[in-house]
Design a protein. Structure first.
Length: 87
C-alpha cells in the first residue's frame, strides 16, 4: 500500500482508495442481463482505460487514457454496455 493512487487529471492524490473488484467474463455479464429481461442496445470495446491499471506496462495517450505499451490494441481493456428493460 506504499504507493499513492491518482485518477484525477490534475494529479491530486485520491484519499478514498478502498476498492472492490469482481472478475466476470463478458459472456457471463451479457447472459445475466439477458436472463434478467434486458435487451442489449450497445456493446463497445475499448483498448484503453482512464487509470494506469498495470503500472509499468502502460503508456499514456495524448487524451490521458492508458493503453498497453508493446501490446497496444491487442485486447480490449474496458467496454461500454447499455441495456434497457421493456415494459
Amino acid at each position: 500500500m506504499g504507493r499513492r493512487l491518482h485518477l484525477r487529471r490534475d494529479d491530486t492524490p485520491l484519499t478514498a482508495t478502498r476498492t472492490y473488484e469482481w472478475n466476470h467474463s463478458l459472456g457471463e455479464i451479457v447472459t445475466a442481463l439477458i436472463g434478467a429481461g434486458l435487451r442489449i442496445d450497445l456493446l463497445e470495446e475499448h483498448d484503453s482505460v482512464p487509470w494506469e491499471a498495470l503500472p509499468g506496462q502502460m503508456v499514456t495517450r495524448p487524451d490521458g487514457e492508458f493503453a498497453l505499451g508493446a501490446l497496444d490494441g491487442v485486447a480490449p481493456l474496458s467496454y461500454t454496455l447499455r441495456a434497457t428493460k421493456h415494459a
